[in-house]
Design a protein around this ligand. Structure first.
Ligand SMILES: Cc1cc2nc3c(=O)[nH]c(=O)nc-3n(C[C@H](O)[C@H](O)[C@H](O)COP(=O)(O)OP(=O)(O)OC[C@H]3O[C@@H](n4cnc5c(N)ncnc54)[C@H](O)[C@@H]3O)c2cc1C
Length: 309
């Protein structure tokens, strides 16, 4: 491990991120703008129009973190409904991503099913699509249960789910979901999970990602390949070619503001690519998660503060 004055780079990065957390929101906001379309739906529409003009699709996410009651879940659902309506009204090439816990999954799964179901029904009416994001492991089973019920009621064309390559259970989950025919997003996974249930090693996660991708494609499912990792993008290119996967069976997906040069390359290479565009008042919490993934950026913020750039 690389050491600087006896301190590991990882420790130094963590210290920098912790320092950035102490900064006023307004200061962080200037830099965090990179990862979030803005605070309003109009911002998400503007960003989607810009990306659509380049031939890039989006999935729009209303930023909400933990909720404490079902009234908040209903409010969140109304905001998601407005996203679907705006997509139709503006003729955008976009769909909706939702987080089940912000729609009540941790409070009352029946209410959550009802709220998400109304969104999927609306998407079906508009010939659009709802992606159910995957959160941390206490919600994995509940999220699959929610997905399967909605999949059965509305069909594979209108609702899809996310799986995380860092979870040791995922290949088995995919083997169970494949016979249904599933529209997946495959990502590494973003939460901190214990070694008993999740691979910790970068190479092991990559290896599992590719094993899962292979299984999904072999069984003929639609896959959103969600990564900014050059290694995985290149391996996915090879796999798509080798298996002769038709263009209507996959897309690449990336987060707004991350690795735009890779995004443009994938687009220029003729692959469908979709960007996850978050917006909302809760931009701060989301941006902090992105900063933790890329402490390098936190370093830039710190440096800019002290050098008055
Ligand atoms: C469209 C999309 C949807 C997602 N949905 C979910 C979900 O529902 N549930 C879930 O658990 N996770 C989700 N994730 C997050 C995902 O699980 C990973 O945590 C995240 O994508 C980082 O993994 P990576 O494959 O990009 O590889 P990494 O190894 O983390 O990153 C590869 C390279 O990308 C660059 N990079 C990565 N992050 C940043 C950043 N923030 N800023 C600048 N550069 C960066 C760095 O150069 C890095 O070396 C989603 C990711 C995407 C792209």
């Amino acid at each position: 491990m690389f050491l600087l004055f006896g301190v590991s780079v990882k420790t130094l990065n963590r210290a920098i991120v912790n320092f950035v957390k102490l900064l006023p929101k307004s200061v962080v906001g200037v830099f965090a703008k990179k990862y979030v379309a803005g605070t309003t739906l109009d911002d998400a529409i503007r960003v989607t129009k810009e990306l659509n003009a380049k031939g890039i699709l989006t999935t729009i996410d209303v930023l909400g973190e933990a909720i404490t009651n079902l009234d908040e879940a209903r409010e969140e659902q109304k905001a998601c409904m407005r996203v679907l309506e705006a997509i139709e009204a503006h003729g955008l090439n976009a769909n909706l991503s939702i987080k089940p816990t912000s729609l009540g999954l941790a409070i009352d799964k029946a209410v959550c099913y009802e709220l998400v179901g109304e969104l999927v029904a609306k998407a079906k009416e508009m010939n659009n699509f709802v992606r159910i994001d995957m959160e941390d492991s206490p919600y994995t089973d509940l999220t699959f249960e929610l997905y399967k019920k909605l999949r059965e009621k509305y069909g594979v064309k209108y609702v899809g789910v996310v799986v995380q390559a860092y979870l040791k259970r995922t290949l088995k989950d995919v083997e169970e979901l494949n016979p249904l025919g599933t529209n997946y997003r495959l990502c590494k996974g973003i939460y901190v999970e214990p070694p008993e249930i999740a691979f910790q090693d970068r190479e092991e996660i990559r290896e599992n990602f590719l094993k899962i991708l292979d299984k999904m494609l072999t069984d003929g499912n639609y896959v959103g390949i969600a990564t900014h990792d050059d290694y995985l993008v290149n391996k996915a290119y090879e796999m798509l070619k080798e298996k002769n996967v038709p263009a209507d069976k996959y897309e690449f997906q990336m987060l707004y503001g991350v690795r735009e040069e890779l995004r443009d390359k994938i687009n220029a290479d003729g692959h469908k690519i979709r960007i996850y565009v978050p917006f909302g008042e809760r931009w701060y919490e989301y941006s902090m998660r992105r900063l933790q993934e890329n402490p390098q950026l936190a370093w830039y913020i710190t440096k800019a503060l002290f050098t008055r750039q």
